[in-house]
Design a protein around this ligand. Sequence first.
Ligand code: FES
Length: 167
Amino acid sequence: MENKQERREFLKKAIVLAGSSLCATCAPAFFSACEYIQEKPIPTMFDRVREHIVDLSLFPELSEIGGAISKSFGKPFAGRPVIIIRKAKETDDDFSVFSSICPHQGGEILLNDDKGKNHWCAEHYSEYEFFTGENLKPPDYEPDYKEPLVKLKYEYYPEENKLKFFY
Ligand code: FES
């Protein structure tokens, strides 16, 4: 009987000892993992910025103020067109670059056939200012909708006549 009691006590001590040595081994790894999570947050979709370079020498219409193209560049926006407008020359902001995906419900923004006239959406006929992308006419059935076109950041390299846009 006494022997059984001693064995129980021995097993208890052995379990406590094994548990505490396991904690001592794992704790540093656990806490350093926590540090890693704090220092390096997992990137979200919005942190991932991609870029695409356009050789403007292929688009002579963009050499003149008021020139515009709406073109698919393959990978960006899954092949949906990007709109590039020449709005000035030799300034810090010579271009406007817009996504052609309508901010309302994703319809396609089209360039007006009349050069320099506002862009419009083929889905619900909203209208956007040619240079700024400001919403001038809301969709047919939502008179309070005023979202502008999605403007993309860009960098222009005049010596190479190349434009890099970010998406
Ligand atoms: S999707 Fe463009 S106005 Fe509705």
